[in-house]
Ligand binder design. Sequence first.
Ligand code: GA4
Length: 332
Amino acid sequence: MVVLPQPVTLDNHISLIPTYKPVPVLTSHSIPVVNLADPEAKTRIVKACEEFGFFKVVNHGVRPELMTRLEQEAIGFFGLPQSLKNRAGPPEPYGYGNKRIGPNGDVGWIEYLLLNANPQLSSPKTSAVFRQTPQIFRESVEEYMKEIKEVSYKVLEMVAEELGIEPRDTLSKMLRDEKSDSCLRLNHYPAAEEEAEKMVKVGFGEHTDPQIISVLRSNNTAGLQICVKDGSWVAVPPDHSSFFINVGDALQVMTNGRFKSVKHRVLADTRRSRISMIYFGGPPLSQKIAPLPCLVPEQDDWLYKEFTWSQYKSSAYKSKLGDYRLGLFEKQ
Ligand code: GA4
């Protein structure tokens, strides 16, 4: 894709986006790192999901050229003239979005493209995006998704094995399902044009991901932060060759709170642009979500009521980004 020299315009509400002072950076050894080829991987994953709801994955098997090619294509897309990009929006929920996140007034220093990750359920907006962009963009997205999905299946199968969940594809089959409600998000946190604007801004406000699992890859620009047990925020050193895995709300529920859905945010240092690509693995809309009986046999011990993914999703889309969405589904 040709990169057009277009200035990035995140319209005129920039002053609404708060600025931030930098927070302490966790050194990389503090963030759990899991080598997927390590025989200890399963144990390390479960420990990380309990402690942080977050970990970094190395030796993941995704071809580096797929990662860099999608990054290049995303840069190409975001470099298109604003009027062209706007034709792919607004994101309801799929398509191109600029500054506005979700339907309830959240804003950030960001432009993005949300795509359905399930070709069976491809939305008209996703198809429209691909009609307007070069073939190689679609191919990069599809090839990347194929491999990233394998990473998420592998991780969920390791979780199942370590926790003794049987069969071992209990979790991964929710994503493998042809009706799985999964999506791919390409985010661009642009560098500021004006010298005076070069500061840290909220790119993506604090939130948890509603789905089962999210797999993130970014370029080497910092910005991602996670909230740890004592409530403090720590910056995650970027690593463009690895993936970062987040536990989502649905996995927190299925493990009855044993795994933590990690609160995270992106504070964009607008001196450098940041590109991230995230696969959000969600179950089919009709999938029932509740603590897994093999982990918590007695319903009296369940911390959450049973709900369908469709119910949770529609409730999420009525919420603000930073809301505690699981509150409505907790048992009294
Ligand atoms: C957070 C995780 C994913 O990026 C996302 C987001 C979605 C959106 O951007 O449209 C939501 C947000 C996310 C949670 C609450 C609702 C929905 C914005 C928002 C305010 C695509 C998702 O599935 O949920």
